[in-house]
Design a protein around this ligand. Structure first.
Ligand SMILES: Nc1ncnc2c1ncn2[C@@H]1O[C@H](COP(=O)(O)OP(=O)(O)OP(=O)(O)O)[C@@H](O)[C@H]1O
Ligand SMILES: [Mg+2]
Length: 438
């Protein structure tokens, strides 16, 4: 703004000075020409002024009308020749024509203030008063042609005062305008700064609130997972207890009843009825044992991840008669909870049985990758594959397998991804975060 202030101020005051000087110059030129034009008409034909004309010139310039205003003068002919001047020593001398002199020969009045650098201005410069230098063309009365150029120096005290007044006013107006805009800008910037501060504070508060919420959410999520795991463990325990109760209670009673049947009813006869009773007792016993076997859950507590994977894989190999290529990568995962172990066990059972049943393959690859914070297990088959995006595929056959498995995995905070391409095969990936549970 300061640079702009200086540039604008200088430009405006320069323009004002130019205009004022030019106006003063033109007025003075008209005034002076009205006196000297009639006397200098000789110059239309020659390069010299007659003696009476010279005398008349001197008288006019020393008259009261001009002597107070005009300090000195020169009458120029073409080629830089001075034909007459207030300083008699200059008459007859030649100087290189200045730009202003040339302009005057073109018909233009040119005025300049305090510009006394030309070699012929030496005496005027030495006067030490503010001077206006004016070059004014002198026209022939009838043809209007330029016959000579009058150069004169006018005292310019009034012009100087006017110029300094104009400059002072210019600088004051420009300065005030810039000061006002500066104040306005400072106001705007300050107001903007305050708004930014307030918004920043609000954002900070909101961020802190969201961070608190995120922490709360995380804690709640971990609690939910733990609660889920506990609920699963309890359900599994109940199922296991019902299984063993069936095996140890009713089954024992029935087998004892079957044992005692023959000896108790030996004398009674009716061997057919006895046979029937024995047959249905044996059937009931078999069914109760089957139910109890189905309810029994595998003993997984003692096994680590590698052990439980090996066990699930070996069981499926034995049941199906097909083979599984088992690979271990990374580190041994941290200890897992019973719910997590059971989840891995069910994942392998379901994934491998799907691969053999639906993928129609005779071999599958299981890869276990242990990482510091999670364990990842892949089941890959190069079988028929299916369209994962088609929800009917998963539901149509009453297949609860993959959907149920996904629910089970997510309830303990893990993730299950199913990728499959028809004709190319299927990859199931289970990831369990070992840090999840709290
Ligand atoms: N490895 C696989 N290769 C090809 N198709 C598969 C594979 N796994 C699943 N599918 C397809 O996805 C469907 C759903 O599988 P899901 O395991 O949910 O049910 P299911 O196996 O049919 O029944 P369930 O598992 O209850 O015995 C299957 O019927 C089959 O069409
Ligand atoms: Mg299935």
């Amino acid at each position: 703004m300061l640079v702009a202030l200086v540039a604008v101020g200088s430009w405006v005051s320069h323009r004002i000075e130019q205009a004022a000087v030019q106006n003063f110059g033109i007025t003075a030129a008209n005034y002076v020409e009205s006196f000297i034009s009639p006397i200098t008409q000789d110059l239309a034909d020659g390069t010299e002024l007659s003696d009476p004309a010279q005398q008349a010139m001197e008288e006019i310039f020393s008259s009261s009308a001009l002597s107070g205003r005009i300090v000195s003068y020169k009458i120029w002919k073409k080629g830089g020749l001075i034909v007459h001047a207030s300083d008699p020593l200059l008459a007859g001398q030649k100087f290189d024509p200045s730009d202003d002199l040339r302009a005057a020969w073109q018909g233009k009045v040119s005025a300049s203030f305090e510009d006394l650098n030309d070699p012929e201005d030496a005496s005027e410069a030495s006067l030490g008063v503010p001077l206006l230098e004016v070059y004014s063309p002198i026209h022939e009365v009838f043809s209007g042609e330029i016959i000579a150029v009058a150069e004169f120096y006018e005292r310019a005290d009034a012009l100087q005062i006017e110029l300094s007044d104009a400059q002072r006013t210019t600088w004051m107006v420009v300065g005030s305008a810039f000061a006002l805009s500066g104040l306005l800008l400072i106001g705007i910037v300050k107001a903007g700064g305050r708004t930014i501060e307030v918004q920043r504070a609000e954002l900070k508060a909101q961020l802190a609130a969201s961070e608190r919420l995120a922490i709360q959410n995380d804690t709640l999520r971990k609690r939910a997972i733990t609660a889920n795991q506990r609920a699963t463990a309890q359900t599994e325990q109940t199922i296991r207890r019902v299984g063993s109760d069936l095996h140890d209670g009713p089954a024992q009673h029935l087998s004892f009843a079957a044992l005692r049947l023959d000896s108790a009813f030996e004398k009674e006869g009716a061997p057919d009825a006895r046979k029937e009773i024995r047959t249905s007792l044996n059937k009931a016993l078999e069914e109760i044992r089957a139910i109890s076997r189905g309810l029994a859950l595998p003993e997984l507590e003692e096994l680590d991840v590698a052990g439980l994977v090996r066990r699930a894989v070996t069981e499926r190999e034995a049941q199906s008669g097909y083979s599984v290529d088992l690979k271990f990568e990374g580190s041994e995962p941290k200890t897992l909870s019973y719910a997590e172990k059971l989840c891995i066990y069910r994942f392998l059972q379901e994934g491998l049985s799907n691969a053999f049943r639906h993928g129609k393959v005779e071999t599958a690859v299981v890869t276990v990758t242990g990482m510091p914070e999670c364990v990842r297990i892949n089941i890959e088959d190069a079988g028929e594959g299916f369209n994962v995006r088609d929800p009917i595929q998963l539901d149509a056959h009453g297949g609860q397998g993959l959907i149920g498995l996904k629910d089970r995995v997510e309830s303990i905070g893990g993730s299950l991804t199913i990728e499959s391409n028809i004709g190319k095969g299927t990859v199931l990936t289970l990831e369990i975060d070992t840090e999840e549970t709290a």
